[in-house]
Structure formats: C-alpha cells, structure tokens
Write a protein that binds this ligand. Structure first.
Ligand SMILES: *Cc1c(COP(=O)(O)O)cnc(C)c1O
Length: 413
C-alpha cells in the first residue's frame, strides 16, 4: 500500500502533484508520504495487538529526524546500529528504554554512551563483545541489560548480500556458543542477559523462514529455562519484504497469522525491528531526464540522479519501478536508465521497457524510501538531495539540499 497515485495522468503524493514539488525544490529529490509510513506502522501494531510488541523501527533504513520523530510519537521504539544512530534517536525524542542496539562492531565509546543513556538492550553479537560491555558497565557502575543475538542458521531466500541469519554470515552467535554464554552469563556481574534476538535478513517475502527461526529460538529458550536460566524477551528482528516489481509479500496480518501462535505460546515479551516494511514504499526519488543518448547498440536515458543518491540497483541489482510523472499510453521502448556518475555501475534500470521519454521530463524511481537516502554519498562531489515530506496537502522540507560549502565543510583551508 502507498499513497503515490496517478490522478488525471499526473503522479500525486497524497494530495500534492509530485511535479510541482520537483519544480519548486529541484531534482534529484526524495519525496515522502507521511500517511504511507504511519499507516504501515499502525498496520503492524494492529496485527500484533495480541502480544503488544515493542516495535523498534530500524533507523538505518531511513534515519531522517523528521521521520524518526513521527514514528516515536506513534509509539515506536528504535533499533540502532551505531553511536550516530543513538545520537539521532535521542534527538528524535525516543525514550532510551525504547532503544535496542545491534552491530557486530560496537566501539568502547559507543558502548559507554549507550550505557550512560540507559538504553533497553544491547543486542550482543559475540562473547568478546559481551565481556567488553560487562567491563565497561563495571567501570561505570551501571548494571546493563543485554540480549544475545542468535544466528539461527536459516535460509531466508533473499539476496545474498542481505542474508544475515546463515552460519556463514558474520552476525549473531550459534546455539552452542549461546548456551555457553548464557551459563557463563550468570557469572558476569555487570550485565543481565534478558533476551534473545534474531534478525535473519531483509526483503523476505514469505513467512516460513521467520517461523522456522522463531521456533528454533523458542525451543532453545525453553531448554535453557529447564536448566534454570530464563530470559523475558524475544526480539524477532526485521526483514519484512515489500513490493518493488511483482513480489507478493506477506501483509502484516498474514505475517502475524504465521508467527503469532508461536510467539503467544512462548509467553515472552516481543520486540520487532521493521525498517523497509515501514518506510520502503513511502518515498520516490524524483529525477530529471538530461539526455537521450542512442548508441549503435542501445538507448540510454541519462538522468540527473546517480548511484550516490540511490545505490540499491548498483549494490544489490535491485529492481525499482520507474515511471514518468506524466503518464501516457502509446509507444514504449527499451532503454537503460543511467546517472551521470563516472562508473558503469551507475544505473537505475537496464533494458527496461519505458514509455518514450523526452529530455527535460521528470521520472519517479518508486519505493525508494528504505536504504535510499540513508545510503546516499557525496561520490563525484555531488551534493546529497533534498528530502520533502508530504502530509495531505502540506509540503515540508525535512532535509535541505546540500550546498557546495557543505561538501568541503570539514576539509582544511
Ligand atoms: C537492518 C536491520 C533491521 C531492519 O531490516 P529491514 O529489512 O529493513 O526490516 C532490523 N534489525 C537489525 C538488527 C538490522 O540490522
């Protein structure tokens, strides 16, 4: 579901014509629909009502402060993966007790700051990290809660770069080691192991891998409990897929129907960490066609956005629908849609059938809300795009376009 629709052959975001926004603020431009991401958050919350989960939105999917503030106000917690995201989470007004912190490589400074702020949990990814947190917590004289991130070794059937729950991945702890750590954990004086965490991958469109992983960890938790070692929390991570092309991802309700029985039976407090599901379809990247270039072999549509603005096609071979802001029927042609960056990997689509587009017209790259701006860079000394939030008929700049001055701000004079 999203709020980008054609009315009289013009693409609208909620009640606003996207082209009007593009003309006003220039391109490339991210345009977000408030209603889309809020509704997604609410749908997930409603579907899981029976277990009243803490839904920690995954900040790395899109970390714009305005978006974080809206979700925090809706009752979301935040899932963070760095000191920078902790800073953003606190700036967005998130109560520390709604923050969970994963990452295989937390530094001492990051750990110390998170302990001082009193976050809900660290999601611990190795024994050395746990010992380090214990040591730092001891020095700060502040007992700290952690969850163990388990690598349940399941195959989520998604792109290999976004698979995180196989034993060949760097994430989490295998069951045998987790068992040892839980037993040893009793002896660590400054940490309490209060939960188990999993996050098996991203853009997962079916329920089975989640069910498989959750069943494995619930059985593990029960076995540990039988030995007198109990935890209260189960964090099932994120990873819910969305539609980019012709996927049929599970809805929140279908997902809940699959996993709720296991979750309810476990009696554990539930946390989840959706990112893409909330924000993925809530934005488009608007770009202008600069040139149509015909070569003996191909036709290239050269646009003013590049892989620095949206890297998913280059990085994951990801498919994003591309539509002209002005819809039309008639002829279509195959073309590569490419950016201006000096890399052959700088493309948004290859051999894509598109309506015949003209120089100077605008295109929307759809479903660009997740891992879009948050992965943007300044490569080729390009200024990162502006971000616009549309709510009903209102239009707000939630990040201004970078200036040339911004590009050199931290460099020596
Ligand atoms: C990235 C990440 C998420 C969010 O993943 P999505 O696929 O965007 O839902 C959740 N939890 C952890 C630990 C992550 O690293």
């Amino acid at each position: 579901m999203h709020e980008f629709r054609f009315k009289n052959n013009r693409l609208y975001c909620e009640n606003v014509a996207v082209e009007a926004v593009a003309r006003r603020f220039g391109t490339p431009l991210y345009v977000y629909s408030y209603r889309t991401f809020v509704v997604h958050f609410r749908k997930l919350k409603a579907a899981f009502r029976a277990v009243r989960p803490l839904i920690c939105y995954s900040v790395k999917a899109n970390s714009n402060l305005a978006i974080l503030r809206v979700l925090v106000r809706e009752g979301a917690g935040l899932d963070i993966v760095s000191g920078g995201e902790l800073y953003r989470a606190l700036k967005a007004g998130c109560p520390p007790q709604r923050i969970v912190y994963a990452s295989v490589g937390k530094t001492d400074a990051e750990i110390e700051e998170a302990i001082r702020r009193g976050i809900l949990f660290f999601n611990v990814e190795s024994l050395p990290e746990l010992e380090n947190i214990n040591r730092i917590a001891g020095r700060l004289r502040k007992k700290t809660d952690v969850a163990l991130r388990i690598n349940p070794d399941v195959e989520p059937k998604t792109h290999r770069y976004i698979t995180t729950g196989k034993l060949t991945n760097k994430f989490g702890i295998d069951f045998r080691t987790a068992k040892k750590i839980l037993m040893l954990g009793q002896a660590l004086t400054h940490v309490r192991i209060r939960g188990i965490h999993i996050h098996i991958g991203s853009q997962i469109t079916i329920g089975e891998p989640f069910v498989e992983a959750i069943k494995k960890v619930v059985a593990f938790i029960a076995a540990m409990k039988a030995r007198g070692i109990a935890v209260e929390y189960l964090n099932i991570g994120g990873g819910l897929g969305i539609i980019y092309k012709n996927e049929k991802p599970q809805t929140a309700v279908e997902f809940a129907r699959k996993v709720l029985p296991v979750l309810r039976k476990s009696g554990l407090k539930i946390i989840m960490e959706p990112g893409r599901f909330i924000i993925g379809s809530a934005a488009v990247l608007v770009t202008k066609v600069l040139y149509i270039k015909k070569t003996p072999l191909k036709k290239f549509v050269i646009v003013d956005a590049g892989m620095n603005d949206l890297i998913r096609p280059s990085l994951y071979d990801a498919h994003h629908r591309i539509v002209p802001l002005a819809a039309r029927s008639g002829q279509s042609e195959k073309a590569d849609v490419v950016g201006p960056i000096c890399e052959s990997g700088d493309f948004f689509a290859k051999a894509r059938r598109l309506p015949k587009v003209r120089e100077g017209e605008y295109l929307a790259v759809m479903s660009a809300g997740a891992y879009g701006f948050s992965m943007a860079s300044n490569y080729n000394s390009r200024r990162r795009p502006a971000e616009i939030l549309v709510r009903g008929s209102s239009v707000t700049v939630i990040r201004r376009r970078e200036s040339f001055e911004d590009l050199i701000r931290n460099e020596g004079r």
